[in-house]
Design a protein around this ligand. Structure first.
Ligand SMILES: [Zn+2]
Length: 68
């Protein structure tokens, strides 16, 4: 067999920004897919809710009287 040097990894000079969260189950090599309100792993199916710095949401009242 002929041996040849094949560039398997191409490192770009750009700064790698952590915009994605790594899957806690698969490891730091697998990133979670970004969704609107959650993140999910396409490999193991891990899903976690996205924590957003939303203002204090008003609690829903159990019994809401109808007006009118
Ligand atoms: Zn995973």
């Amino acid at each position: 067999m002929a041996k040849g040097r094949v560039g398997l990894y191409a490192i770009q000079g750009e700064t790698f920004t952590r915009t994605h969260t790594a899957c806690p189950k698969c490891g730091p090599g697998i990133f979670l897919a970004e969704h609107k309100d959650r993140r999910s792993c396409g490999k193991c199916g891990y899903t976690e809710a996205k924590v957003t710095s939303a203002p204090a949401a008003p609690k829903e009242k159990a019994a809401k009287p109808k007006t009118g």
